[in-house]
Design a binder for this molecule. Structure first.
Ligand code: NAG
Ligand code: NAG
Ligand code: NAG
Ligand code: NAG
Ligand code: NAG
Ligand code: NAG
Ligand code: NAG
Ligand code: NAG
Ligand code: NAG
Ligand code: NAG
Ligand code: NAG
Ligand code: NAG
Length: 673
């Protein structure tokens, strides 16, 4: 009798959930201290929550989520929504009895498959350093149309402010995801979940959320209705948070509940914090006539880029998608955005190209990393691979310094020898190797734009990062008489903070260029031997002052080069005091304006007539071996510094000093070094 009643009640309850539209669709909870230095007995932390809801849930007041709600930052009101302390709460006397879990709208998706209403919320808290608690948000009604699982939800984070072994306050890992990722049925899938950490040296692992684990206190259930809800046989690689699976059934959702945890070292037994991430996959049958190629997001920025953005300046970001079949149209963008980022309608400026523009003005309390993800969906439900970028609010990306002086920021420019093998350029802040492959530096021939040589800065040993300087060691012999220019991809120089904010690409032919000395046109040659027609050859005989022999033996060509198109720069910058009476170099090329004063052979010749220049010439002759030695020393020192045994204590400490916790201050400090 009692049993029957209970069954009826249970049935009623489940019916209720169904009628109620099963509104929860996943989320993320992270946190970080505003200053990671221990001061007194409390610290201020910024708690971040992001949740995805079913847009058509009957309890949501009309109008339902629209793009206008993103712009107006409308709160998503869910009755009783609260994040609470779930376990060990006595360690945190100031933790509030409950924290609002009503998000601010950031993403609306009205496509019939996704129907998602997403938002996020930041909350400031002042907590004791004894805090070591499990916090979370649990209630009924996960999405019911799941392959496995359903019922209540639970999303749980361990918040531990007890100082780390290095004496600082920990920050949790951060992550981001799309609310729903579409994959075809019965196809092997490799899906990477993004994870990173403000504490540069932490070791991150991800694991399945579970219903009875020991790290979150009191065996708090981390996932309730969606524990192990992925298909049997799904593999999770903990160290890179990569999922490998096959979705066996179409037109249904699969819930994925993970915890990302940061360890002090790879041999630590317990993590320092635990961050939940829950989201959906959806399987579809590839329709007949669908394009054989998924749409792909091709730019403007590369996937997983990290870009520094200032506070209070409007950012205009363009997402470009390529489609590959006639008739294939982009019908929707699935997004996950920071608060206040608005999304334009999709435009189709040319066949096969689709564009959505994002605009966003970051505000002060968004300082630090802000993730954005997008996926483009075509008219056959094919979804592009997720494209995620991190905006590092309050940082400047380390841009490469425009070479403005001879042997200045970029070296060398002007005329060099055919065996020149050391190139270097400076950036505006300390830089390191990019974390992505595909960030090339390329040398091109000026006349044809042909690419002569490229190195992938992601891994090439020919590209060395030391402090503010990047050194490129080339291994080819340049062609005498030719001019070359250098281009660099987005991210060629990456900052040394957090996710390594990236430099912008350099594609301008005039940014960094150099000419190769042609011995056939040496200053010592008084008769000109059939020069290339584009060259204007000036013989030494036209100068009235005698030439320093040191100069001529250096073999600097006395021609003006066809490649250098900068008449303005040339006539203003070369040292002319005590110079010869000959006119400045005459260029036959176009007179395009450029900010690079190219060091013409003629200028070199003029410079050589002064003692100072002779010194620098002697230095230049000796430059290559010395530079090589210096670079070798720096490199050796660098690799020593990066020996695992040395790196442990010192680097960790240094990196922590530079970490995210004081974006503005940190940046100032870095730039003042
Ligand atoms: C979704 O919203 C866009 C504009 O925000 C609108 O153009 C489109 O018709 C809507 N689609 C549906 C299915 O409601
Ligand atoms: C939420 O979690 C707490 C602690 O595990 C549990 O006592 C409570 O019953 C849960 N509430 C719901 C609605 O599942
Ligand atoms: C949870 O784990 C504890 C110990 O780890 C064990 O004693 C308990 O039986 C487990 N409970 C369930 C429901 O598996
Ligand atoms: C998946 O695994 C569970 C538990 O091991 C098992 O009960 C179930 O039958 C399996 N399902 C399939 C489709 O193999
Ligand atoms: C992730 O790690 C696993 C195991 O270490 C490895 O086999 C796999 O190739 C990695 N995947 C990616 C995308 O790096
Ligand atoms: C831990 O890190 C050290 C140093 O980086 C490395 O030598 C060792 O192989 C790592 N151990 C594991 C289990 O990854
Ligand atoms: C973005 O566009 C707005 C309006 O067109 C403009 O005022 C602003 O300067 C742009 N921002 C950047 C960083 O170019
Ligand atoms: C959808 O795209 C396919 C090609 O991918 C095209 O053949 C088809 O006509 C499109 N369908 C509609 C309804 O536009
Ligand atoms: C949190 O506090 C800091 C410092 O007091 C303040 O700058 C920031 O705007 C606050 N953020 C929120 C979301 O209230
Ligand atoms: C970059 O490419 C190199 C060489 O192909 C490879 O060894 C390395 O694993 C790649 N790194 C990443 C992050 O893909
Ligand atoms: C080289 O590139 C520049 C600009 O990218 C272009 O104006 C020029 O026509 C190109 N020259 C050749 C020979 O392709
Ligand atoms: C953090 O606090 C320490 C100690 O008061 C202070 O020196 C440091 O400047 C603070 N950092 C930031 C980013 O405010």
């Amino acid at each position: 009798m009692e049993r029957g009643l209970r069954l009826t009640l249970a049935l009623l309850a489940s019916l209720c959930i169904l009628i109620d539209g099963s509104h929860y669709r996943g989320g993320i909870i992270t946190w970080r201290p505003l200053n990671n230095t221990v001061q007194g007995t409390t610290t201020q932390i910024l708690l971040h929550q992001r949740y995805f809801w079913y847009r058509l849930w009957s309890s949501f007041p009309a109008p339902l989520c629209r793009e206008a709600d993103v712009a107006s930052q409308r709160p998503i009101v869910v009755a009783g929504a609260a994040l609470i302390c779930l376990a060990n709460c006595a360690t945190s006397p100031t933790f509030p009895p409950s924290i609002s879990a009503n998000m601010i709208t950031s993403d609306c998706d009205n496509s019939t498959i996704i129907e998602s209403w997403g938002g996020e919320l930041y909350t400031n808290l002042t907590l004791h350093l004894t805090t070591d608690i499990t916090i979370g948000y649990n209630s009924s009604a996960w999405l019911s149309a799941l392959f496995k699982g359903s019922g209540g939800w639970s999303i749980v984070n361990r918040l531990n402010l007890v100082p780390r072994p290095d004496g600082f306050i920990n920050s949790s890992p951060v992550t981001t995801t799309l609310p729903c990722i579409l994959y075809p049925r019965n196809v092997p899938i490799l899906h990477i979940v993004q994870m990173s950490d403000n504490d540069y040296s932490d070791y991150l692992l991800c694991r399945w959320a579970n219903s009875n684990q020991t790290y979150n206190y009191d065996h708090v259930n981390e996932c309730e209705g969606v524990c192990s809800a992925m298909p049997n046989g799904t593999l999770l690689f903990a160290s890179n948070c990569t999922l490998q699976f096959i979705l066996p059934q179409a037109n249904i959702y699969y819930a994925c509940a993970l915890q990302i945890e940061d360890y002090y070292t790879n041999s630590s037994l317990e993590p320092m914090s635990s961050v939940p991430i829950q989201f959906l996959f959806y399987a579809y049958i590839i329709p007949v006539g669908a394009c054989g190629t998924l749409p792909s997001i091709i730019g403007v920025r590369p996937n997983r880029a990290c870009i520094g953005v200032p506070v209070g300046v409007q950012l205009n970001e363009t997402i470009e998608v390529q489609t590959y079949c006639p008739g294939q149209t982009i019908v929707n963008f699935v997004t996950s955005s920071p608060i206040g980022m608005t999304h334009s309608v999709i435009s189709n400026p040319s066949p096969g190209l689709w564009i959505m523009t994002l605009t966003w003005t970051p505000v002060e309390n968004q300082l630090g990393p802000q993730g954005f993800c997008a996926g483009a969906v075509d008219n056959s439900t094919l979804q592009s691979a997720p494209w995620c970028i991190t905006y590092l609010v309050g940082y400047d990306s380390p841009n490469l310094i425009h070479p403005i002086l001879v042997q200045g920021s970029a070296s060398p420019i002007g005329t060099v020898f055919a065996n020149q093998s050391l190139f270097s350029i400076q950036a505006t802040s300390a830089v390191g190797r990019p974390t992505r492959n595909g960030t090339n530096i390329c040398f091109h021939l000026d006349t044809t734009n042909a690419t002569v040589l490229c190195y992938d800065a992601g891994y090439s040993p020919n590209v060395i990062y030391t402090g503010y300087t990047i050194v490129i060691v080339t291994d080819i012999t340049w062609t005498p008489g030719q001019s070359y220019y250098v281009t660099m991809d987005d991210g060629f120089a990456s900052g040394s903070v957090f996710c390594h904010a990236e430099s912008l690409a350099i594609t301008d032919k005039t940014f960094w260029r150099f000419d190769i000395w042609n011995p056939a046109h040496s200053s010592t040659t008084t008769t000109t031997t059939t020069p290339p027609t584009t060259h204007t050859v000036t013989s030494l005989g036209t100068t009235t002052t005698s030439i320093n022999t040191a100069c001529t033996t250096s073999g600097i060509v006395v021609t003006t080069t066809n490649a250098s198109t900068t008449t303005t720069a040339v006539t203003t910058t070369p040292p002319t005091t005590g110079g010869p009476t000959t006119a400045g170099p005459t260029t036959t090329g176009a007179t395009t304006e450029s900010t690079i004063p190219v060091f013409y052979p003629k200028d070199f010749e003029n410079a050589c007539q002064q003692p100072v220049a002779i010194m620098s010439l002697i230095m230049m002759i000796g430059f290559m071996p010395i530079h090589t030695l210096v670079m070798y020393a720096a490199f050796t020192k660098f690799s020593n510094m990066h020996k695992p045994s040395n790196i442990a204590a010192r680097t960790r400490h240094q990196q922590r000093m530079k970490n995210i916790l004081g974006p503005k201050k940190t940046f100032t400090r870095v730039s003042n070094i």
